[in-house]
Design a protein. Structure first.
Length: 218
């Protein structure tokens, strides 16, 4: 399966980037970290029957997937060669040790794509911390009050997983629920999605499963 290779920011100095270039040749393109419309859209338009491989951070990957969403190209499968093998997306996607071979030669699976009401996407980890308010997850209310942090990750079966971490007397207590959507309302909080902090605190925030899944090569 032919692949368009996108190396983001400092990722192009890595050994994995040299492997990708050696195997793909002219199909490898260097683009900025956290790429935007002008960096990604012209390259995505050239993809007809292959897939995309992103080499960079979870933040870079989310930026590319956002452009696929905006250009209605979620039909294009995406492989990932992370610069951090311990990143949330690496664990969530269960990527093997040899991420280069997996991204280039793997098969496409479907995983939930999580969006938010500010127009972004969430691929690995979303955080609200600290938080005081109410959290709804479908028909459940896992939080009324204060939490040290609220963590949200995509969940293959339901859409997303919500972990509420509360401060306990001896150690923190965690409540986990799963569903298609999570809504927070309460004191202002600055959401963090895949390492990027929302520029201003918000009293309301929603993460929810998109109607179309993301096609992941691994």
């Amino acid at each position: 399966m032919a692949a368009l290779i996108l190396g983001c920011g400092i990722a192009v100095t890595s050994g994995d980037w040299r492997k990708l270039v050696a195997r793909s040749g002219s199909s490898a393109h260097e683009i900025p970290a956290t790429p935007g419309k002008a960096d990604v859209d012209p390259l995505v338009k050239s993809v007809t029957d292959g897939h995309i491989v992103v080499h960079g951070s979870d933040t870079d990957l989310a930026a590319v997937v956002l452009r696929l969403l905006r250009t209605e190209r979620l039909d294009v499968p995406v492989g990932y060669v992370p610069v951090d093998p311990r990143s949330p997306v690496t664990r969530l996607w269960r990527l093997p040790k040899d991420t280069v071979d997996a991204a280039l030669d793997g098969t496409a699976d479907r995983l939930p794509l999580v969006r938010d009401d500010a127009g972004g996407v969430l691929l690995g980890l979303g955080v609200l911390a600290p938080a005081r308010g109410t959290v709804y997850c479908d028909d459940e209310i896992p939080l009324r009050g204060a939490a040290e942090r609220i963590e949200v990750t995509p969940d293959p079966a339901h859409g997303l997983e919500v972990r509420i971490v509360r401060k306990g007397l001896l150690r923190n207590r965690t409540t986990t629920v799963r569903g298609r959507a999570m809504q927070y309302g309460g004191d202002p909080v600055s959401p963090v999605r895949d390492g990027v902090t929302q520029p201003r605190p918000l009293r309301r925030w929603t993460w929810y499963r998109h109607t179309d899944d993301l096609r992941v090569v691994r």
